[in-house]
Design a protein. Structure first.
Length: 202
């Protein structure tokens, strides 16, 4: 790809490093920014700079936060007896968008993946154990809301083994056929889990 400007080329190379953005999309974004008024581009760069400088992670649940403790952990109206364990902060956002969950969270910061060199020590597992042991009288349930992949299942099995001796209920999110989906297009594992984890019709 030929560029009329080294400045354009450098900007495209940086934008293209973002996940899901190829060089053509990066070029469109860069050219859009060039056409915008300078104050709009400046506002974007300043927002990104503030993000990198000021972003924090909740000391309790490890999700992205503006302060040392996130708004969810600070909220007295949340059900602090239920902890939903997720992989990343984006999973917290996804669950919150459903408006169906009122408990609190624990972000692992990833999942166990020997191929990528990620073990329990690289995750916030010890922090979770500390939360459970110190708040065992308050915490009644831990929900394992991890991706239905081999790595996700490995992480869930590991956590279950670590948690099973605590006097709490350990659950996992249901897995099955999505609403609007056709059975013929479902993979065998998903369909099988849907059958074995069937519920009463109501």
């Amino acid at each position: 790809m030929e560029f009329p400007s080294k400045l354009i080329e450098d900007a495209v190379n940086e934008v293209a490093k973002l996940p899901g953005i190829g060089r053509k999309t990066a070029l469109r974004l860069v050219l859009h920014l060039v056409k915008e008024k300078e104050d709009k581009t400046t506002a974007l760069t300043e927002a990104l700079q503030r993000l990198r400088t000021n972003i924090r992670f909740c000391a309790t649940c490890h999700t992205i936060s503006d302060e040392s403790e996130c708004t969810i952990c600070r909220n007295p109206r949340r059900d602090h007896s239920i902890v939903c364990v997720v992989e990343e902060s984006k999973d917290v956002m996804a669950i919150e968008n459903t408006s169906q969950y009122t408990g609190i969270y624990h972000v692992l910061g990833g999942i166990i993946s020997p191929i990528q060199g990620i073990g329990p020590a690289e995750l916030t597992v010890d922090s979770l154990m500390t939360r459970i042991s110190s708040g065992s009288k308050e915490i009644r349930e831990v929900i394992l809301a991890l991706s239905p992949t081999m790595e996700g299942d490995t992480t869930a099995f590991y956590l279950h083994r670590r948690l099973k001796d605590f006097p709490i209920k350990i659950t996992s999110i249901a897995r099955g056929i999505p609403t609007g989906g056709d059975l013929e297009y479902a993979d065998e594992i998903t369909l099988g889990r849907s059958i074995t984890a069937r519920v009463l019709f109501s």
